[in-house]
Write a protein that binds this ligand. Structure first.
Ligand code: SF4
Length: 305
C-alpha cells in the first residue's frame, strides 16, 4: 500500500519483468579519476576507501565467481530467479573500453542476469564507452547510474565532485540519444544546503531524461575528509523527522514516472559516524510510508513540468 504512493524500484521491476529482481554488487577493479591523481587523490569528501562500494564483492574473483558468490549469499533468504549485475565500487567506466567489454559481457552472458547496471561519473563516458553500452543495451537492458549529488556548483566544489553541471547535462543527453537508461544519485543533507536547494536538485532531475532517482541521506563515514570536517565544525546533520519530511517533499515534486531507486542511505554500519538513526533503515522507510499515508500525499502530487 505504502509503495503505491510512489513508484518504487520493486514495483517498476515487477511491471517490467513480472518479478522482483535482486542486485548482485560486483567489482570490476576500476578506480576513479578523483582518486588516482587525474582529478584528485582524496576523492569526493564523503567517499570512503571502498569508493562508495563497501558492499561490492572482491575484485580478485572473476565476474562469474562474484555472481555465484552473491547468489549463494542471497539464496538462504529467498528464491530468486533473476538478478541485476550492479557494478558499484568506484567509477565503472574508467578503464579501456576493451576491459569494460570483457567485464560487462561476462556479466550479461550469465542467463540469470536480467539487467546490467553501471555506476559511474558523467565525465567518464567517452564515445567508445557509450558505443559499447549502446551495443550491450541491445542484448540486455543497461542502466547507467550517475552520481550528481547536487546541482549547486558551490556545494559541488565543496564536496570535490570534480565536474561542472554542464558535463552532467552533456552525458545525460548522450545517454538519451543512445537510448540508455540513466539513474541519477542525489544526496540530501550536504553541508550548506537548505531544503529548497535540495528540492531544486530534484526538480532539475525531473527535467532530464532520467528514468530513475536515488535519494540518499548524507552519511558521515569514518576515514573520510567529511568526518574530519564534521569533527571540526559539528555541522548540523538531519534528524530522522527532518529527513522524513524532506523525502516526502522530494517525492511530491518528483515526476510521476520517475522510478524511486532509493529513499534512504545504505552505508556500512561499522563505518557510520552520523546520523546514527539511519542504521534503522526499516524504521526510516516505515516512517516515510506512514507519513505519506497520514498526509494523504504521493509522488508527483505537486509536480509541475
Ligand atoms: S566519484 Fe565516486 S568513487 Fe570517485 S571519489 Fe567520488 S564518490 Fe568516490
Amino acid at each position: 500500500m505504502a509503495d503505491s504512493r510512489y513508484r518504487s524500484l520493486n514495483d517498476a521491476l515487477r511491471e517490467r519483468f513480472g518479478e522482483k529482481l535482486y542486485k548482485l554488487t560486483l567489482n570490476g577493479g576500476c578506480t576513479c579519476p578523483n582518486r588516482d591523481g587525474t582529478l584528485g587523490t582524496r576523492g569526493c569528501i564523503f567517499c570512503s576507501e571502498g569508493g562508495s562500494g563497501e558492499f561490492a564483492a572482491s575484485p580478485l574473483l572473476s565476474i562469474r565467481e562474484q555472481i555465484e558468490d552473491g547468489k549463494r549469499r542471497l539464496s538462504g533468504k529467498r528464491p530468486v530467479q533473476r538478478y541485476i549485475a550492479y557494478f558499484q565500487a568506484y567509477t565503472n567506466t574508467y578503464a579501456p573500453a576493451e576491459k569494460l567489454r570483457r567485464m560487462f559481457t561476462e556479466a550479461i552472458s550469465c542467463p540469470e542476469i536480467a539487467i546490467l547496471s553501471v555506476a559511474t561519473r558523467p565525465d567518464c563516458l567517452g564515445d567508445d564507452v557509450l558505443s559499447l553500452l549502446e551495443e550491450l543495451n541491445r542484448i540486455k537492458p543497461v542502466w547507467v547510474e550517475l552520481g550528481l549529488q547536487t546541482i549547486h556548483e558551490k556545494t559541488a566544489a565543496f564536496i570535490r565532485r570534480g565536474y561542472p553541471l554542464a558535463v552532467f547535462q552533456e552525458a545525460m543527453q548522450a545517454l538519451q540519444e543512445r537510448k540508455i537508461e540513466a539513474i541519477v544519485h542525489t544526496i540530501l543533507g550536504l553541508p550548506g544546503e537548505t531544503p529548497d536547494m535540495m528540492l531544486d536538485t530534484v526538480r532539475y532531475v525531473n527535467s532530464t531524461a532520467a528514468s530513475g532517482i536515488k535519494l540518499q541521506l548524507l552519511h558521515i563515514l569514518k576515514n573520510t575528509d567529511l568526518a574530519d570536517y564534521y569533527e571540526q565544525t559539528h555541522f548540523p546533520v538531519l534528524s530522522m523527522e527532518e529527513y522524513v519530511d524532506l523525502v516526502i517533499r522530494c517525492l511530491e515534486i518528483c515526476r510521476p514516472d520517475l522510478v524511486i531507486h532509493r529513499l534512504t542511505g545504505d552505508g556500512p554500519k561499522e563505518l557510520l559516524i552520523a546520523p546514527l538513526w539511519s542504521q534503522a533503515k526499516r524504521q526510516v522507510l516505515n516512517a516515510i510510508h506512514r507519513e505519506l499515508k497520514q498526509k494523504d500525499t504521493w509522488q508527483g502530487r505537486l509536480y509541475t513540468p
